[in-house]
Ligand binder design. Structure first.
Ligand code: ADP
Ligand code: MG
Length: 581
């Protein structure tokens, strides 16, 4: 039975009346018509029935404990599938809770749609104090790519279509869709309602690069003595995996993957310069950016991480023309979608392409091997409590043996060290804190990764990072998802050893020592493990992942092992005032 058939007058007097539909059903029908099968959200006024009806109509509706995590789930669903992930929230406070995820999705170029119910327009606009009164549309606008409000049931089809197009076309991003409570109950003729729906044709049209732009880029690449390709998460999003692999292998140019682009080619690929990143950035003379921005994560393309000013020429492939020259001059902008641009470069390389000078390849290979050799003994330590390196060494082997598992990763040291230590082998298997370095994505990403892909998920979490979304272990248990969480428990943020100089309170960066996060999982019927050595960690994670059931491993890490802010301590301002001795 379709949603439309639901509201039919059955009393004999009005049997001849036309079938009716309402706002609830039109929203569901519009989403389904566009191939959207899953909603992430938290129920409440005025969208409780929308969730119920969506479930009854066969959609998957995943209810969370807090909207931020539902929003993060929707955002990463968008990254993984190229379809906008949907987050559904209640008005004002629920909407605000979802907004962090919406802004984060926009910053990271993930397509998502935040749909929030809202209160009576007439009362909100006169500020007469309605239930959960808030001008949500105005608040959302500066934090997302586009924001729309629908007031008439007959406009729901267009509203949903606009939201989908805005989220997916060009540079993807977050979209806000405001649906006032009154809209849901509005009744219209079912046939007219059906006709008002829009199936979005080609929501992310190919954008072919100009032939001159390709010729210019190839000229610059050909002139390079020490070329480098930088792959960003835009390249992972684009799902042009084969073309990207051939670009690297045909050109023979070494590449560095940004964190969420790891695995586009296996990190063990001979042309991977990931383990020689510093040398690769500093000594390259031509850099081809593929779906990676020259933001703080690449030191804005200048300064200490790069060669002398002007010594590096940048070619950039990006769908967003205004990204060009945002930090430094781009000598060869290639504007278009990554699949089309990479294919055009490959076509242009043709038969006569010259591989880069072998001394450059050798330099990077030597550096990479030296760095890997230097790291190796640290990964083998069997000390208890564990160091970050030893625990990550164990997880590195597990990911190698389970390359199709999805790795979710957040924290400070737990993030920075895992990014370097754990090799990835397949595209879109590493999901992490992204452009903002945001904490709190863990459980939301884990839920959506499991729901969208059906693959096992390994969630490697700092104890602080885990705390932001930890209550969602209940959600993971409720849906019985194959998620294994490893909490790197070092008793605190960065380290667990700080003290309050006055002796009054715990230091600002420490938690209850020797906490048992594993028992949080047990509280909801999942399996908890408490481990103190790499061998125990390996056994626990393998057992949990073989079982494919919710599990949490409390991994005891040396409280003194971490460093302040992980790898980005330099961003932490230090007081200029010297303490008197
Ligand atoms: P990273 O943090 O991994 O370096 P960024 O998020 O900084 O990656 O950059 C991703 C870039 O990819 C953005 O500038 C975005 O506009 C671009 N992008 C995303 N999808 C596509 C696509 N399909 N085609 C071209 N560019 C894309
Ligand atoms: Mg910690």
């Amino acid at each position: 039975m379709t949603a439309l058939a639901k509201i039919v007058h059955t009393t004999p007097e009005i049997e001849a009346e036309p079938e009716l539909t309402d706002g609830f059903h039109l929203v569901i029908d519009a989403l389904k018509l566009n191939g959207i099968e899953t909603i992430y959200g938290v129920p409440g006024i005025p969208i409780t029935d929308l969730g119920r009806m969506a479930q009854a109509e066969g959609m998957r509706v995943i209810s969370f404990r807090h909207e931020q995590h539902a929003g993060n789930a929707a955002a990463i669903a968008g990254f993984l599938t190229q379809k906008p992930g949907i987050c559904l929230t209640v008005s004002a406070p629920g909407f605000l809770n979802g907004l962090t995820a919406l802004a984060n999705a926009t910053t990271n170029c993930f397509p998502m749609i935040l749909i929030s119910g809202s209160s009576e327009r007439e009362i909100v606009d006169l500020q007469q104090g309605d239930y959960e009164e808030m001008d949500q549309l105005s608040i959302a606008k500066p934090l997302c790519k586009a924001a729309f409000r629908v007031l008439h049931a007959a406009d729901i089809g267009i509203g949903v279509a606009r939201a989908i197009r805005a989220a997916c076309s060009g540079r993807p991003g977050g979209v806000y869709l405001d649906l006032p409570a009154k809209l849901f109950a509005q009744v219209i003729d079912a046939e007219a309602g059906q006709k008002s729906l829009v199936k979005v044709i080609d929501p992310a049209p190919a954008q072919h690069p100009a032939p001159e732009a390709i010729a210019r880029a190839l000229e610059v690449l050909k002139s390079a003595k020490r070329p480098l390709i930088v792959l960003g998460k835009g390249a992972a999003y684009a799902q042009a995996d084969e073309a990207i692999r051939s670009l690297v292998e045909t050109s023979g140019i070494p590449y560095v993957p940004m964190s969420m682009a790891k695995g586009l080619l296996p990190d063990t690929h001979p042309l991977s310069a990931g383990a020689a990143r510093s040398t690769a950035l500093k000594d390259s003379d031509v850099v081809l950016l593929v779906g990676a921005r020259l933001n703080w994560l690449l030191s804005h393309g200048k300064g200490k991480s790069w060669g002398e000013p002007g010594s590096t020429k940048f070619i950039q492939i990006d769908i967003e023309p205004r990204e060009m020259d945002s930090n430094v001059e781009i000598v060869a902008p290639v504007v278009g979608d990554i699949a089309s641009c990479v294919q055009a470069l490959l076509d242009g390389m043709g038969q006569g392409w010259q591989q880069p000078p072998s001394d450059w390849i050798e330099t990077l290979k030597t550096k990479r091997e030296a760095n890997i050799a230097k790291m190796a003994p640290k990964l083998m330590s069997n000390a208890s409590p564990m160091t970050f390196h030893a625990a990550l060494g164990a997880l590195r082997t597990i990911v190698k043996e389970r390359p199709d598992a999805i790795l979710v990763n957040e924290g400070a040291n737990t993030l920075d060290l895992a990014r370097g230590i754990i090799d990835m082998y397949q595209p879109r298997k590493r999901l992490d804190v992204g452009t903002w370095g945001i904490m709190g994505i863990g459980m939301g990403f884990a839920v959506a990764a499991a729901v969208e892909t059906g693959k096992p998920v390994l969630c490697v979490e700092g104890d602080s990072a885990f705390g932001f979304s930890g209550m969602e272990v209940e959600t993971i248990c409720r849906y019985g998802l194959p998620v294994c969480i490893v909490v790197f428990n070092n008793n605190g943020i960065y380290r667990g050893t700080d003290t309050d100089p006055t002796g009054r309170d715990p230091a600002t960066t420490v938690f209850v020592p020797d906490s048992r996060y594993d028992r949080m999982m047990e509280a909801f019927g999942g399996v908890g493990y408490h481990v103190t050595t790499p061998d125990e960690l390996t056994r626990a994670v393998n057992e949990a992942m073989n079982a494919g059931r919710p599990a949490l491993v409390n991994a005891v890490i040396d409280p003194a092992a971490g460093s302040e802010s992980g790898n980005i301590g330099s961003l932490n301002p230090q007081s200029g005032i010297k303490k008197k001795k």
